[in-house]
Structures are given as C-alpha cells and as structure tokens.
Design a protein around this ligand. Sequence first.
Ligand code: ACO
Ligand code: ZN
Length: 218
Amino acid sequence: KETKKQLIIDAGQKHFGTTLCKSCGMIYTVSNPEDEMQHLQYHHRFLEGITYMGWKRERVVAEYWDGKIVMVLPRDPSYALKKVEDVQELVDHELGFQQVVTKYPNKTKTFLFVSDEKKVVGCLIAEPISQAFRVLSEPNASKECSRAWQCSDVPEPAVCGISRIWVFRLKRRKRIARRLVDTVRNCFMFGCFLNTNEIAFSDPTPDGKLFATKYCNT
Ligand code: ACO
Ligand code: ZN
C-alpha cells in the first residue's frame, strides 16, 4: 500500500490530482488516461447538446440580465424538438435514468434557460396532471435511501407536474431553477398564475427536494 501511494506521487508530478473542467463541469483525474478519455467524450457531447444558436421563431417567455427562457411546444419545428431531446438526454444521464424516452408527448411544455453565452444552462419539463401525492416528511428516515420519499396516499388536486428540472452544475444557486418555475406558473395555463400547491415535482432527487421545499415556502 505504501509503495503504491509512493508510485502515484512520483508519477503524478504537477498534473496529479482532480480537475474541474470549467466548460462541461466534469471532475476528472488528469493523469489517468481512461478518465481523460471519458472526459473528452463527455465534454464534446455535452457542449454540442447545450449549444443554442437561436431560432428564427423562438418563443421567448422571459428575459433577464443573464439570459432568457424559451418555451418549446409539441408542434414546434423539428430542430427545436431535437434540441429538447438532446438536453433531456444529458439531464436523464445526470439523473441516472436508464431509458431515454425520445417521443415528445403532445401536452408537454419545455422551458429552456439560455445563457448569454448561448448555452442551455437550465431545463424544465412540465406536463398537465390532475392529482398529486404529497411527500410526507420523515423525521427518522435514514439518509442513505434519501430518494425513496414516503408519500401520502391521499390524492390532492394539482394542475402542473414538473417531470424534470435541471440546472448546469456550474450555474447552480443563481436562481435559475426558481426563475424557471416562476415562468412555468405564469405560462403553463393561459391567463392564470398557478399557485405553488397547483404544481407538483415528480420523484424529486435530494437536490430537487431541497429546492422544492425552499421554493414552495417562499
Ligand atoms: N441545497 C440546499 N438548498 C438548495 C439547493 C441545494 N442543493 N438547491 C437549491 N436550494 C434552495 C436554496 O435555498 C436556494 O436559494 P439560495 O441559493 O438563495 O439559498 C433556492 O433553493 C433556489 O435555488 P436556485 O438557485 O433557484 O436553484 P438552482 O438553479 O441551483 O437549481 C436544481 C436547483 C434544479 C435542483 C439543481 O440543483 C439541479 O439541477 N440539480 C441536479 C438535477 C436534479 O436533481 N434535479 C431535480 C430532479 S427532481 C425533478 O426533476 C422533478
Ligand atoms: Zn470538459
């Protein structure tokens, strides 16, 4: 054990250790060829997937000093649906969803947060629902199985289900998710601003739950 450690230190020199790629957000080991290869592959795919060149007829539903939100609907041109598909694939990969659903259900609304650098740095996929089951807080739940929330078995009325919400790792905690949800509440149903109890987050991750709890209480 001692010798192995020594070897790594000797071979590593100035490139030893983990690096964070400032473009794609991946953390990898520079001195490890396999890691470097994996990073290169991910890097290209990621940047290709999120690059947004702008569309002739884009539906800008909100504008901010650091970007804008574009809404994509089921009957939009194929280049728009293709972009949504690419982003969803990245998101599903990050969330650990095995199966990528490529079809675009006809009631889904997608919201893309596009940064000033012409990158999709946030994505929210919403669909109409009629009921939701409230997540019950579990004071003594173990932290390890933190994804298996216990849900109430009493359905409550809801209008809009958020099936995915994602923000690019390096752009988190800049209120991008908050602005996406605000926009959905405003745009999901024409002519009304949805209450927080009319929206529901499906199968939230620990990050998703922290965000949702904070969002719904403020
Ligand atoms: N830990 C603690 N509090 C948090 C976190 C967190 N990881 N994320 C958000 N919050 C709270 C904070 O109070 C924050 O306000 P503050 O920064 O002023 O303290 C508030 O929520 C608003 O946060 P935003 O900046 O709007 O959230 P962000 O843009 O960082 O996006 C998100 C949050 C989407 C959950 C992001 O962390 C992410 O993409 N995670 C990985 C993907 C994921 O898990 N998505 C949720 C899946 S569940 C689903 O899709 C239904
Ligand atoms: Zn990279």
